[in-house]
Design a protein around this ligand. Structure first.
Ligand SMILES: NC(=O)c1ccc[n+]([C@@H]2O[C@H](COP(=O)([O-])OP(=O)(O)OC[C@H]3O[C@@H](n4cnc5c(N)ncnc54)[C@H](OP(=O)(O)O)[C@@H]3O)[C@@H](O)[C@H]2O)c1
Length: 251
């Protein structure tokens, strides 16, 4: 049965349980009333530490083993989360940037970037989308990237994986339209640690700012969120540049 999901989410599933953006978002949503957080990630002391920090904020936190590179294990990992009760929000926050120079000369490393960011997300995204549809409500928030809008020489392996992810998430959103389940695509620019010199503030952001933008996007029912917001215009101009000019201006 579809239910009114307009209020702030009470239960979260974070895929990429140690992600800086995922944790900043979880902290923010706990402050707004979220009470149950499933932190899915590769088992590690960092995952346990993250769980401890969120528990200290007043949430019940359960860690869930999840490896994006092992899609055949996703049902066994994530199925029990949905079987245990409704999940209001799934945050798909895992991903790796890779090392462009190294990955160009080591194709298997490049494939790992693509498999983590794209095919891992396809498997987990379809599974979570179906589970949300089954419960009749919920939002899937997908961390894409401005880097996916037009792949640059400097990071086209990562950029192309995000382009694929972004297209997939938009399509999944259309497939779920009208079911009570929403997909929100988030496109941050370069995310810097708080305190790092910002450079061009139109292009950079912080995990806390991404979390704030996600919360606002959830309240507004947005389909797409750019962070910072000004990136939308910048990237629309970048998208339209002829390739010779793009090659010269954008590295
Ligand atoms: N940081 C940026 O500048 C930026 C900009 C735009 C978009 N984004 C995207 O936003 C998302 C979150 O970014 P972030 O900065 O918060 O990332 P982060 O702090 O580097 O965290 C990345 C997360 O991905 C997880 N991960 C990597 N490989 C995995 C695998 N095989 N299976 C399961 N989990 C895996 C990591 O888990 P482990 O602890 O196991 O490594 C970690 O939880 C990513 O998709 C990223 O591409 C980031």
């Amino acid at each position: 049965m579809p239910k009114d999901a307009s209020g702030p989410p009470r239960s979260l599933l974070v895929l990429g349980g140690t992600s800086a953006i995922g944790l900043a978002t979880a902290r923010r949503l706990i402050a707004r009333g979220a009470r149950l957080v499933h932190l899915a990630g590769r088992p590690s002391p960092a995952l346990e530490k993250a769980a401890g920090e969120l528990t200290a904020l007043g949430a019940e936190v359960r860690t869930v083993p999840f490896d994006a590179l092992d899609p055949e294990s996703h049902q066994a990992s994530l199925g029990p989360v949905f079987a245990a009760g409704d999940v209001d929000l799934v945050l798909l926050a895992f991903g790796i940037a890779g090392d462009q120079a190294r990955d160009e000369s080591r194709p298997l490393d490049a494939v790992r970037v693509a498999q983590t960011n794209y095919t891992g997300a396809v498997g987990a995204g379809l599974l979570c989308g179906a589970a949300l549809q089954e419960q009749g409500h919920g939002t899937l928030v997908v961390l894409s990237s401005a880097a996916g809008v037009r792949a640059r020489r400097a990071d086209f392996i990562y950029g192309s994986s995000k382009a694929g992810l972004d297209a997939f998430a938009q399509g999944l959103g259309d497939a779920l339209y009208g079911t009570g389940v929403r997909v929100m695509v988030v496109r941050p620019g370069t995310v810097l640690d708080p305190g790092t010199p910002r450079g061009d503030a139109r292009l950079t952001t912080t995990p806390g700012q991404v979390a704030a933008a996600i919360e606002l996007g959830l309240r507004r029912g947005s389909e797409t969120v750019w962070v910072p917001g000004g990136l939308r215009l910048v990237m629309s101009a970048v998208r339209g540049l002829p390739r010779p000019l793009f090659r010269r201006l954008v590295v």
